[in-house]
Ligand binder design. Structure first.
Ligand code: F0G
Length: 482
C-alpha cells in the first residue's frame, strides 16, 4: 500500500510534503543537557524548549499545519455565539463521521470531562481496551472505576500481531454478564491505544464491541484522538478495508458508536477537541456541561482560528498521503532500532516509537522508575525529549503503595510532518549508544510527588551519580561532538 518503493528495497519514509516554514532548534553540549535535566527534576515535562533538540514528548498540539489550514485561519468569523466558523466545522465533522450533532471543547480531556460528568456515577465501571491517563483520572474523580480488557497480545511488547489494541471479546462478554449493564457507565474504545505503544484497533473488533453494546443497551464511546494513525493501519493491515475509501470507514464509525470524542490537538492537527453523536437525546444530556466548563456551544473554549484550521485538518485526514506520515516514520525508527538490537515495542504502531525500558534497563527495579530514568538518559545522550509511559505515569494505590505499570515504556513521539530521516538516523545513533552503555544508568526517586497526575510536575533525583558517569562515557566515545 506504500505509494513509493525504492529500487534497493530499503524502507524509506518519504515525505509527501515540503517544508515552507521552519523553526531553528538548539543542540546543547552533553554537560548542559545533564544540568538541564537536573534542573527539570529529571522529569522531561519540566524541560525548557530552548534546551531541547528534538522534542518528541508528544504529538499533541505540535503537528505541522498545512498551508490550507493556515489560509483557512484568516477567514475565521469571531463571535461569542453563532459564528460561521462553527457551522463550517460542524459541517466538516458531519461529512467526516456522518453524525448530526457536534459539541466543541477546548481539548480532548475536556470532552472526557463532559462525558464523565454526564455518564459516570459513583460505583460505576467504564470498560475499555486500555485507559488513558486523563480519562482514568476524570472517571475516578467522579467515583467511577476503569476496567481494561485489551487482548492478551496487546500487552506483549514484542509481537507481530497487526491489531494489538483489540478488545478481548470473551472477557468483554464475561464482564458485561458479571457486572450487568446498569453498573457499566460506558464501553470506551481507544483507537489507537496510546499507553501500550500507539497500537491500532481493527474495524472488525470495533464492530464486534459496538454490536455487543447495542445488544446489552450499554453506551458505546469511541476515543478518536489517534484515529488518523488507526485509519492508516485499518487500510494497510485489514484486508477487507484495503480498497475502501477512508470516508467510508469514518462514516461507518460514526454509525457504530453512540458517542465519538477526540483531541483535535492530534486529530486535525490544531489545538482543540470535540464530541459528535447521532443521538439527539445524548446530545442534549451532554450539552449543558459545555457552556459550564468550556464556553458557549459554538466555540467550546477553542479559538475560531483553530476551528477553521480543524475543519480543513479533518478533511485532510481523508488523504492517505497525509495520514501515512506518522506511521511510516515510526516504522523507520522502530526498524532501525530493532536492527541495532535496541528493545522496542513491535510491530511499529502510531504516535511514536516506544522503547522498552523493562528490557533496556532490566537492572533498575520498577519502584525506581526505569522508564523515567531512561527518558532522562535519552535526553542527556542526545537532547531528545521523550515521555515516560510506565509506573511514574500511574497513580499510587489508595494505601500509598506503588501501582506498578504493566509496561515500562519511553515514547519518542513523532509530531506529524515535523522530523526528517536524518533525525531518525541521529536518534538511532544516540539511543543505540545509550543501550551499549546502559549499565551506567541508574534509577530515580521522588523528592516532590503530587497526588494527581504526578508525572506532569513531580520532581525526582538520581539514586546515585549516574548522570555524571554517563556524561564521562559520552565524552570518551564522542570527543568534542555535541
Ligand atoms: N485520549 C487519547 C487517546 C489521548 O492520546 C489524549 C492525549 C487524550 C485523550 C486527551 O486529549 O491532551 O487534548 O486533552 N494525549 C496526549 C499525549 C496528551 O501526549 O499522548 P488532550
Amino acid at each position: 500500500m506504500e505509494t513509493v518503493t525504492f529500487r534497493s528495497g530499503a524502507y524509506v519514509p518519504l515525505e509527501m510534503h515540503k517544508a515552507r516554514i521552519v523553526q531553528r532548534v538548539n543542540l546543547e553540549p552533553v554537560e548542559r543537557r545533564r544540568d538541564a535535566m537536573a534542573e527539570a527534576g529529571f522529569n522531561t515535562f519540566l524541560l525548557k524548549n530552548r534546551e531541547v533538540f528534538l522534542d518528541m514528548l508528544t504529538d499533541s498540539g505540535v503537528n505541522a499545519m498545512s498551508i490550507e489550514q493556515q489560509a483557512a485561519m484568516l477567514r475565521a468569523d469571531d463571535s461569542y455565539a453563532g459564528s460561521e466558523t462553527f457551522f463550517r466545522l460542524e459541517q466538516a465533522l458531519q461529512d467526516f463521521f456522518g453524525t448530526r450533532f457536534f459539541l466543541p471543547t477546548h481539548q480532548g480531556r475536556a470532552a472526557e470531562n463532559v462525558l464523565a460528568n454526564t455518564f459516570v456515577s459513583p460505583g460505576s465501571v467504564a470498560l475499555m481496551n486500555f485507559h488513558f491517563t486523563t480519562t482514568k483520572a476524570l472517571i475516578t474523580l467522579l467515583g467511577g472505576s476503569v476496567l481494561e480488557l485489551v487482548s492478551e497480545a496487546g500487552l506483549e511488547i514484542e509481537s507481530d500481531l497487526a491489531f494489538k489494541g483489540d478488545f478481548d471479546l470473551t472477557r468483554l462478554d464475561a464482564e458485561i454478564a458479571r457486572l450487568g449493564p446498569e453498573k457499566i457507565s460506558f464501553v470506551r474504545v481507544e483507537a489507537g491505544t496510546n499507553l501500550i505503544g500507539g497500537q491500532p484497533v481493527s474495524m472488525a473488533n470495533m464492530r464486534a464491541v459496538a454490536a455487543r453494546c447495542k445488544e446489552a443497551g450499554i453506551l458505546s464511546v469511541l476515543d478518536a484522538s489517534l484515529l488518523a494513525d488507526n485509519l492508516y493501519f485499518i487500510k494497510t493491515r485489514e484486508a477487507e478495508c484495503a480498497e475502501r475509501a477512508l470516508v467510508d470507514i469514518t462514516r461507518e464509525l460514526g454509525q457504530l458508536f453512540d458517542v465519538i470524542y477526540f483531541s483535535a490537538r492530534k486529530l486535525g492537527c490544531v489545538r482543540g477537541g470535540g464530541i459528535v453523536t447521532n443521538d439527539e437525546e445524548l446530545y442534549r444530556r451532554m450539552r449543558g456541561f459545555v457552556p459550564l466548563f468550556e464556553g458557549f456551544l459554538t466555540y467550546g473554549g477553542m479559538s475560531v482560528r483553530e476551528m477553521e484550521a480543524l475543519a480543513v485538518g479533518i478533511q485532510e485526514t481523508l488523504d492517505f498521503d497525509v495520514i501515512s506520515q506518522t506511521p511510516i516514520f515510526v516504522r523507520a525508527l522502530t526498524e532501525e532500532l530493532t536492527s541495532l538490537g535496541v528493545p522496542v515495542v513491535t510491530p511499529a504502531g502510531g504516535l511514536g516509537c516506544h522503547l522498552n525500558a523493562f528490557k533496556f534497563l532490566e537492572h533498575i527495579p520498577q519502584d525506581e522508575y526505569p522508564a523515567g530514568a531512561l527518558a532522562a538518559a535519552v535526553f542527556i545522550a542526545g537532547g531528545i525529549r521523550g515521555m515516560e509511559r510506565g509506573t511514574l505515569s500511574e497513580q499510587r494505590n489508595p494505601d500509598g503503595s506503588e501501582q506498578l505499570a504493566e509496561m515500562e515504556l519511553v515514547r519518542l513521539a513523532f509530531p506529524k510532518r515535523v522530523f526528517t530521516l536524518s533525525h531518525v538516523k541521529y536518534i538511532a545513533d544516540r539511543v543505540s549508544w545509550l543501550f551499549e552503555n546502559r549499565a551506567l544508568v541508574g534509577g530515580l526517586r521522588f523528592v516532590e510527588e503530587p497526588e494527581t497526575l504526578r508525572f506532569f510536575f513531580g520532581r525526582l533525583v538520581p539514586v546515585n551519580d549516574w548522570p555524571d558517569r554517563l556524561v564521562a562515557a559520552f565524552r570518551r566515545d564522542f570527543g568534542d561532538s555535541l
